[in-house]
Design a protein around this ligand. Structure first.
Ligand SMILES: [Zn+2]
Length: 218
């Protein structure tokens, strides 16, 4: 089960992926996490990545692909994986196609108003990075992390005007990718039109698609 999750920032990709991995028995692989781990571990690759981001540039595709390939070669990916945050462009999809055959691409469709509502109410813990939401996942105490007692804050790029810009960039970049996978008949749409729909409901929708395609592993 080699699954790619596509969806705009704030669509809940990470949340769904971390629940799907338990249900599907394959690891959740986020290129964002891999990059952060390499930087944290101070590997040669991590240092290279840091040089790019210190200069305000994007990490080149070759580096991301190299890291991803190393990750997908690990034994826990033998039965597959759930890929979150990659690919974002056609060249990345082509590169991915050379290192892994994708079974299914889930395209999360979430209206902008819902994303803006969700992200602008998001709170992040300064200490451990746990995520809360004043609408859907309130911390037990105001502005205090349930996990570690750290302080919760609103990230700069979760302000509505910044979210709108991020969505515009996402739609421009990803529209061709959606077409690319649709043409290959690998893409299935999942709709989340209501802020109150729980993650479990969306996860069940994805599982039933996987199951209907005969991709569920015993
Ligand atoms: Zn915390």
């Amino acid at each position: 089960m080699r699954l790619v999750l596509l969806g705009p920032p704030g669509s809940g990709k990470g949340t769904y992926a971390s629940r799907l991995n338990i249900r599907l028995g394959v690891p959740h692989i986020s290129t964002g996490h891999i990059v952060r781990d390499e930087i944290k571990a101070g590997t040669e690759l991590g240092k290279q990545i840091r040089r790019y981001s210190d200069r305000g540039g994007l990490v080149p595709d070759e580096i991301i692909i190299e890291m991803l390939q190393a990750r997908l070669d690990r034994p826990d990916c033998a039965k597959g994986f759930i890929l979150d945050g990659f690919p974002r462009t056609i060249p990345q999809a082509d590169a991915l196609g050379k290192i892994a055959e994708i079974d299914l691409v889930i395209n999360l469709n979430v209206p902008d108003e819902i994303i803006i509502q969700r992200l602008s109410n998001r709170l992040v813990c300064r200490r451990c990075g746990a995520i809360f939401n004043t609408l859907t996942l309130k911390p037990k105490k105001d502005l205090i992390c349930d996990e570690c007692g750290g302080e919760l804050y609103t990230r700069d790029d979760d302000r509505p005007e910044v979210i709108k810009e991020r969505l515009t960039v996402y739609r421009r970049e990803t529209a061709p990718l959606i077409e690319h996978y649709r043409n290959k008949e690998l893409l299935k749409d999942v709709y989340c039109d209501d802020l109150k729909t729980s993650p479990e409901v969306i996860v069940e929708r994805i599982i039933s698609i996987v199951s209907n395609l005969g991709l569920l592993q015993p």
